[in-house]
Ligand binder design. Sequence first.
Ligand SMILES: Cc1cc2nc3c(=O)[nH]c(=O)nc-3n(C[C@H](O)[C@H](O)[C@H](O)COP(=O)(O)OP(=O)(O)OC[C@H]3O[C@@H](n4cnc5c(N)ncnc54)[C@H](O)[C@@H]3O)c2cc1C
Ligand code: FES
Length: 276
Amino acid sequence: MRKVIERTRVVPNLHLLRVEAPDVVRKLEPGNFVIIKIDEVGERIPLTAADWDEETGIVSMVFMTVGASTHRLAQLQGGDEIEACVGPLGNSMEIDRYGTVVVAMGCYGIGAVFPVARAMKKAGNRVIGLMEARSENLLYWQDKYRECTDRLVLTTYGGSCDREGRVADVLESLIRDGEHIDRVVALGCTFMMMKTSETTRPHEIKTIVSLNPIMIDGTGMCGVCRCRVGGETKFACVDGPDFDGHEVDWEELTSRRRSYLVEEVRSLSEFETRTY
Ligand SMILES: Cc1cc2nc3c(=O)[nH]c(=O)nc-3n(C[C@H](O)[C@H](O)[C@H](O)COP(=O)(O)OP(=O)(O)OC[C@H]3O[C@@H](n4cnc5c(N)ncnc54)[C@H](O)[C@@H]3O)c2cc1C
Ligand code: FES
């Protein structure tokens, strides 16, 4: 069993979960994920490590409430125990001194990509953070990002802050304005990562995305996280989760992510009926 230290709402629909897992924390690197299981019969929930503290052995995750399992997760309180927090899983993100690195993020990706932004800055890169949300009140961790970026641009779909539109639109305008970009890392919903990759493709800017297909074991055994990258079949859990966004078959990924949508909607509505 693992002890939950904290579970708080960061912004509507997004929560911070801090779990005591010193053995996991000892080996965590930027880009790794963990699998959380609430209880013996609970679903396995892959979540990216958003931060960790080696002294206390606490790992932090930011998660979005989408279906039954994440809604259950959002009911946890500090002091509760969960069945499992297993990791680190997946390969760590390639960190090097590339020059100027754009970190494009949205929804849970704002939390999830934070260790990458911090490590890119530490490696000597000039880091530009592009943060998107539907509205300004859904942007979070701006202070944390101001510490590890040279420039942070906030964009909302309605244009209530620095810019209007998605991170892909901002990226396009940065490129058009002559900003030299050596690498882009994008983390957020599938659509955002796809649009970001489409934006950089004609400019041949290497773009790394962190894929989030449905997973079960997270160790390459079940094949559920199968995706097509560069015409080859890859298992996101052991070959990724980071891949070249220009090589990803986005259509297949989107369609596979919807495989159990009917069951997921039913499961969420059963959960809501049971709870309220
Ligand atoms: C490597 C990896 C890392 C990840 N890291 C993170 C992370 O850091 N933070 C995070 O939040 N997530 C992360 N995810 C995604 C996360 O694992 C899933 O969101 C989670 O497992 C969903 O579980 P669930 O049971 O709550 O939702 P599910 O029941 O599995 O539902 C998921 C899907 O169904 C759709 N859905 C569910 N109910 C409805 C409804 N009523 N109407 C319409 N659509 C509906 C949702 O849009 C979603 O696409 C990661 C995934 C992977 C593979
Ligand atoms: S989750 Fe089972 S093979 Fe990747």
